[in-house]
Design a protein around this ligand. Structure first.
Ligand SMILES: Cc1ncc(COP(=O)(O)O)c(C=O)c1O
Length: 384
């Protein structure tokens, strides 16, 4: 491996484009200045376009979990009944945060590798006492994408709010906040938005504001009413990560210049190529095709190969970082992310390295078969 040369194919942090790095190296400005206010106003406008919403959007200086906590803390009061739809690690985390804020959480677990079944959710929603539904758009721990549009339809005539963790989908997969009826959409900087870690986002619907204004539950750093008050002057209640705001504008400009439909197509194509390659190599995909994430692909560890050893060879010999499994899937899967500043050549390089690493670990692999399958997808000669 060449020093400083690497392929960061983990589901966040992800590669940061040179234009974003350059923007972040600008001289500092005061966060109470007119310059920052202008920047925040522009960034919020661009972020709303990426979130496909006309709702208010807040940029928080925190990791993604902070935005999940913001969503929960602001709308859930002690004792509220909350429906948590779980398909893996991050769905479990959402439920744990709600419990920490005193919610009475009804967990519906579709299994790690499974997807939310809207029919099952419809049954639970006969209970009109449910105050909020917690869902994960893209379950990063399993590479499963959930049907948020279907959940929105179910909630159209239900009093509950729809809270969606779109942290590893936003900027890579279609998420129509308004059209799908998402009340609080949560995102983070270090995924498909191509920034370093440190910023998180939350959009808030008018229906959610009505709940927030009545909610007397505890919150301080993540108080959306304080954020709204500050934002009236395009300010943040506490010192924001100013350099990341510079980078955010550059990243949003890139996404909007490429155009959302093309960004989504690119991610779908990369996912299809990775899935085709995995199949051609005789390996097993964790997520079924109909629920496959477009930003991260989970691969079941091949028979006779220790996943951590495979990851070690990939990194030490080829500079390729892929993620391991989390929770119950630790040691059982590895995850190749293809989100954000990633293109076809990155995917081909990583697949070639994967084949070589497998061969070095004596796994019977037909060299070139995975790369070829991906190339065929890219050339439009194969689906996935
Ligand atoms: C779907 C999802 N939710 C939540 C998180 C947590 O975000 P953070 O680590 O930025 O707090 C992640 C991070 O990987 C994620 O992928």
């Amino acid at each position: 491996m060449l020093a400083g040369k690497s392929y960061l194919m983990i589901p966040g942090p992800t590669p940061v484009p040179p234009a974003v790095v350059a923007a972040m190296s600008r001289p500092m400005i005061g966060h109470r200045s007119a310059d920052f206010a202008d920047l925040y106003r522009r960034v919020a406008d661009k972020l709303r376009r990426v979130c496909q919403t006309s709702n208010e959007v807040f940029v928080l200086t925190s990791s993604g979990t902070g935005a999940m906590e913001t969503a929960v803390a602001n709308v859930i009061s002690r004792g509220d009944k909350v429906l948590a739809l779980i398909t893996g690690n991050f769905g479990e985390r959402f439920a744990r945060i709600a419990r920490a804020y005193g919610a009475s959480v009804v967990e519906v677990n579709f299994g790690w590798g499974g997807a939310v079944d809207p029919q099952v959710v419809a049954d639970y929603l006969r209970d009109r006492e449910i105050k909020a539904v917690l869902a994960t758009q893209n379950e990063t721990s399993t590479g499963v994408a959930n049907d948020i549009a279907a959940l929105g339809r179910l909630l159209a005539d239900h009093p509950a709010l729809l809270l969606v963790d779109a942290i590893s989908g936003l900027g890579g997969m279609d998420i129509r906040t308004d059209e799908w009826g998402v009340d609080l959409l949560v995102g983070a900087s270090q995924k498909a938005l191509m920034l370093p870690p440190g910023l998180a986002f939350v959009t808030v619907s008018p229906k959610a504001w009505r709940v927030i204004e009545r909610n007397e539950g505890p919150r301080f750093y993540f108080d959306l009413q304080a954020a709204r008050k500050a934002q009236a002057n395009w300010n943040a209640p506490f010192t924001p990560a100013v350099s990341l705001f510079f980078g955010l504008e550059a990243a949003l400009d890139m996404i909007l210049a490429e155009g959302l439909p093309r960004v989504f197509e690119r991610h779908a194509l990369l996912a299809a190529a990775v899935r085709a390659a995995v199949r051609a190599l005789g390996l097993e995909l964790l997520a079924p095709d109909e629920h496959a994430s477009h930003t991260v692909t989970a691969v079941v560890g091949p028979e006779g190969v220790a996943v951590d050893e495979l990851r070690r060879v990939l990194y030490s010999r080829y500079g390729v970082s892929v993620a391991g499994g989390q929770g119950v899937l630790r040691g059982k899967i590895f995850r190749i992310a293809h989100m954000g500043f990633v293109d076809r050549a990155d995917v081909l390089a990583v697949l070639a390295a994967l084949e070589m690493a497998l061969a070095e670990l004596n796994y019977p692999v037909a060299l070139g078969s995975g790369v070829r399958a991906a190339q065929e997808v890219f050339l439009g000669r194969r689906q996935s």
